[in-house]
Design a protein around this ligand. Sequence first.
Ligand SMILES: [Mg+2]
Length: 250
Amino acid sequence: MLKKFLFADLDDTLFQTLEKCAGRAELEPAAYYSDGSICSYTTPAQRAFFAFASEGTTVIPTTARSLDAFRRVDLGFSSYVILNFGGVILLPDGAIDREWQAQMHGQMTTALPGSAGAGRPRRRLGRGLRLPWPRAPGGRRGHAVFRGAQDPDKDHDTLARIEREVVQPWLDAHAGYCVHRNGNNLAILPRSLDKAHAVAHVTERLRREHGEIVTFGMGDSRSDARFMADCDYAIVPRGTQLSRLTLEAL
Ligand SMILES: [Mg+2]
């Protein structure tokens, strides 16, 4: 029997914030903020799916979360981990994949002078919008992986307007970058930073370790589609951005 691996996005795929939960019954905490308060919950269906997937399949988190934010996720994982939109890979023993880090460091060094310019629209983003600078664990301080913004009032229309009026004109002049927006999250990413690249790297390693394997990809966002398309099977949770753009659109 071939070994099975599931590359799974985390937020809005395996769990979500309270306001995104359809019901309130039998929710269980799954992820926490840095102050220890609960950030996200699993539904009974999500826990049933995770138990089903974990039985006989190795689940590999494939997330935009940083290492710090990933450590605040309370689900059990025991293999490779893909973080920071694919910018960082952890080996099964928890150590950073240095080979991947060196590769990404080279690409990010090329991309960074350009992404620093992506900060220029910041003045026009509006008051109170957060622009965090996630850092690659083990990388130099200030080694930004991507720029992101969230509207503090969770007004999705604000981010949609910012994408249209500020980010898109900037992207039109900077072909090496793309925008990822889903709900209250907006990120400007170098095209070299892509979950699909990291999934391809890990898949290659897994094939070296195990020979032929079967891969599954699971995610909720348009930006997950590329890595999911490279897997043998794709799983899309109902009612998500990716479901609306694909299955529900037919
Ligand atoms: Mg997601």
